[in-house]
Design a protein. Structure first.
Length: 368
């Protein structure tokens, strides 16, 4: 049995959790076993799901920022030594602080030590002094102790590794469900949102938080009040949900759906998907999901242009050019050509964005 230990900041609904879950659920668990380390504040229900699926999950009292570098190092080293398993690989998803876990893994004798970059900027607020002192230390640790440097995009790799060599493995999407959406499902969902059939639906699927920049979408909604047939449909939850919900109550052209499980249906219903993110995005899966649904996409300059994978569906517009965003949204047309939209999903599978193809790439890394 090949044993892998994943280290995830907070197991939940973030991109790092999704990536790890995609890896573990698409591999032969009779040959590879996965355990997890996460930090206090992880989603308890998701942790329960992982444990119920047969994965051990070790929950630490905090991350490096909360415990300090020395205590964190000792704590995670203790987990590795007392797990009762000889790990063949460690796969760390914690960004700048990854090096501390990787150093502990080297001390514990774990031969394969994978650093996985998911973002393009430091997402947690920290003082200038802390950044100046901590960043070089963190960088030294992960560059020295990682045997494999992986990134979800070129931009994410350059952020963490600079000019050093690294491998890009794009995040995956379960594309098959996008080819199994019926017109009746789309029409039924449309009726639950309570929009008119001729309305142009501008979708946004993301965690409600500062980085995803839902406030900018409300600014667009304000600018477009004079176009009542254009509706903004926001999907997702998160720490800012209540705040965005309260603000959106002032806009008749904004609908909040909260967390939804029928993303393939919604992506077929939307006519365009927007992602006006602030700095920090690695490789947002929602953009591949949107293209699997055949949607046009508009992104900010902070989203890597690598999400334009060759389907000519993505346009990047700077956040400071609000008038250009409005102009582009006014150009969006109703798109009910579902056969043509299905072709986009088929092309993405051929391009290697399916979950099986993604798992195969990771299996190759583990087997190197």
């Amino acid at each position: 049995m090949y044993n892998v230990l994943h280290v995830i900041g907070h197991i939940g609904r973030g991109g790092d959790t999704t990536v790890a879950q995609d890896i573990v659920t698409n591999m032969d668990n009779t040959k590879i076993h996965f355990d997890f380390v996460t930090h206090k504040g992880a989603d308890k229900e998701k942790v329960k799901q992982f444990r119920k699926a047969g994965f051990r999950v070790f929950v630490m009292d905090g991350d490096v920022r909360e415990l300090g570098m020395v205590k964190y190092y000792k704590s995670i080293l203790e987990i590795m030594k007392n797990a009762g398993v000889k790990y063949d690989a460690i796969h760390v998803h914690t960004g700048m602080q990854s090096g501390v876990a990787l150093a502990a893994a080297k001390k514990a004798g774990i031969p394969k030590r994978i650093c996985h970059s998911h973002v393009t900027a430091i997402q947690r607020k920290a003082s200038f002094l802390k950044k100046v002192i901590a960043t070089p230390i963190f960088r030294y640790l992960y560059m020295k102790n990682a045997t494999h440097k992986i990134a979800c995009s070129r931009d994410a790799g350059k952020f963490l590794y600079g000019d050093s060599d690294f491998t890009v493995i794009y995040n995956a999407v379960d594309i098959a469900p996008y080819l199994d959406v019926s017109v009746s499902q789309i029409e039924q969902r449309e009726s639950t949102i309570k929009v008119d059939q001729d309305d142009i639906l501008i979708g946004h699927v993301a965690r409600m938080c500062d980085m995803k920049n839902q406030k900018f979408i409300l600014k667009l909604a304000d600018k477009m009040r004079k176009y009542p047939n254009i509706k903004f449909v926001l999907v997702g939850d998160g720490p800012d949900f209540s705040k965005i919900q309260a603000m959106a109550a002032n806009y008749s052209n904004v609908v909040l759906l909260g967390r939804c499980s029928d993303i393939p249906v919604l992506m077929k219903l939307f006519d365009c998907v927007i992602l006006p993110s602030l700095p920090g995005e690695g490789f947002p899966v929602t953009m591949i999901e949107a293209q699997a649904g055949g949607c046009r996409c508009i992104i900010s300059e902070n989203v890597t242009t690598e999400v334009e994978v060759g389907l000519n569906l993505v346009k990047s517009i700077p956040l400071n050019d609000v008038s250009m965003w409005v102009k582009e949204l006014k150009r969006v047309k109703k798109n009910r050509d579902y056969a043509k939209r299905d072709e986009c999903a088929k092309q993405l599978i051929h391009m290697g964005f399916g979950k099986k193809e993604f798992a195969d790439k990771w299996l190759a890394v583990y087997n190197e």
